[in-house]
Design a protein around this ligand. Sequence first.
Ligand code: SF4
Ligand code: SF4
Length: 177
Amino acid sequence: MRDLWRDIKGTLEPFWVTLSYIFKKPVTIQYPEQKRTPYSRYRARIVLTRDPDGGERCVACYLCSAACPVDCISMQAAEDENGRRYAAWFRINFSRCIFCGLCAEACPTMAIQMTPDYEICNRDLLNLVHEKEDLLIDDGGKDNEYNFYRHAGIGVVNPRGGNEDETEPEDVKSLLP
Ligand code: SF4
Ligand code: SF4
């Protein structure tokens, strides 16, 4: 008898769950006619951003590439006439990217950033390989004021201590006992 009641309950319970959902608002949306707005910290399309002065933020340090768990970032470093480093070419293979955000976390210049734009699907895998021209935007992204070369990296352009907001380097030998 106990088993009979258990079976009846087990049979009716799914019907009750189904009935209770009939009057609830559907969660399905008619994509692509209807688009869902993702959360602001949603991680999707990756971009390369610029300094407030318009220069490329990326200094081709390879940190993002080293941090990427699926090896989908590659680049070639180059230097301009002032010794400022930049990426001669920069490539992300989005067919391998898992949008983990580790590249953006590793980047010291805030050059590489995640955006909430999730509409980058493509049937042709080669179209998912984005070059620097496809990645570089004319904006600073999440922190428009940040300028790596004006602070940490300026020693490469001018001698250490010779820039605005920068003090002379410490002579470590003078600290010896
Ligand atoms: S989001 Fe993750 S997987 Fe995608 S490029 Fe960055 S580190 Fe690699
Ligand atoms: S995007 Fe950032 S971490 Fe990657 S190479 Fe450029 S500066 Fe380095």
